[in-house]
Design a protein. Structure first.
Length: 239
């Protein structure tokens, strides 16, 4: 059932599980998603959500609130990630940095701070779906990053001005961003993947240096149009 095609104006037609204890918010989200062509399941507690998950109800997308009457959304996320890598979007309290980072580290694909507009939610969901539908890009021969072309088989990178030469660590960091394009990555998630790569010591400050160098070599601007800084969380590559 999972389909998405923005250019043709098609509706999402997803099977979505909404886990939200506020009935007004829950029903409002359900109505909006049904109008987009989605089949919607809802739960107001951890127990109700886990029951749906354990029944192996087909779901294409999960929307999880954090605070629930009998626990939290992290418990639901854990149950999901035991079984599948289906996209998860957390709905978090505004400016709740600690919970935001925790959500991402527990396997969420992204987060959206409350309050939010329905159009913003739909856009974020579609962005996650586009990224997950492009996961096969890591197996392709060429990936485009801005104006650069990354030849994954040879590890060589070209742009209008010729070849871009990266260090082993810079190239590893670039691959991480390519394979998680559109996804916010915490600094810890990145460090866990590049720790001691090429025999170098990598810490939080060193990561900032590598990102800065990579941006410069890719011709990124000071605003970080290719690799964006998500304040208090980490980084996101959009293009």
């Amino acid at each position: 059932m999972r389909t998405i095609n923005d250019e043709c104006g098609e509706r999402m037609e997803l099977r979505v599980l909404i886990v939200e204890d506020d009935e007004i918010i829950r029903e409002g989200l359900a109505l909006a998603l049904r109008q987009e062509g989605c089949q919607v399941y809802t739960a107001g507690t951890v127990n109700d959500a886990v029951e749906i998950i354990r029944r192996e109800t087909p779901v294409d997308f999960y929307l999880l609130d954090i605070l629930l009457p009998d626990g939290d959304g992290f418990m639901v996320c854990g149950e999901i990630r035991k079984r599948t890598d289906t996209p998860i979007l957390f709905l978090t309290a505004c400016d709740d940095e600690v919970n935001t980072v925790r959500a991402l580290e527990q396997g969420a694909d992204d987060y959206l701070s409350k309050p939010f507009r329905i159009r913003e939610l739909l856009a974020r969901m579609k962005a996650i779906l586009r990224r997950t539908n492009r996961e096969e890009a890591r197996l392709k021969k060429v990936a485009e990053v801005g104006k650069a072309q990354v030849h994954l088989k040879t590890g060589r990178i070209y742009c209008d001005n010729g070849e871009i030469v990266l260090t082993a660590m810079e190239y590893k960091l670039l691959l991480i961003f390519i394979n998680h394009r559109g996804q916010t990555l915490t600094r810890r998630q990145i460090l866990n993947q590049i720790w001691d790569e090429a025999g170098d010591f990598v810490n939080d400050n060193t990561l900032s240096v590598y990102v800065k160098r990579l941006r410069k070599k890719l011709g990124d601007t000071a605003e970080g149009q290719l690799i964006q800084t998500v304040r208090g969380v980490g980084y996101r590559m959009e293009k």
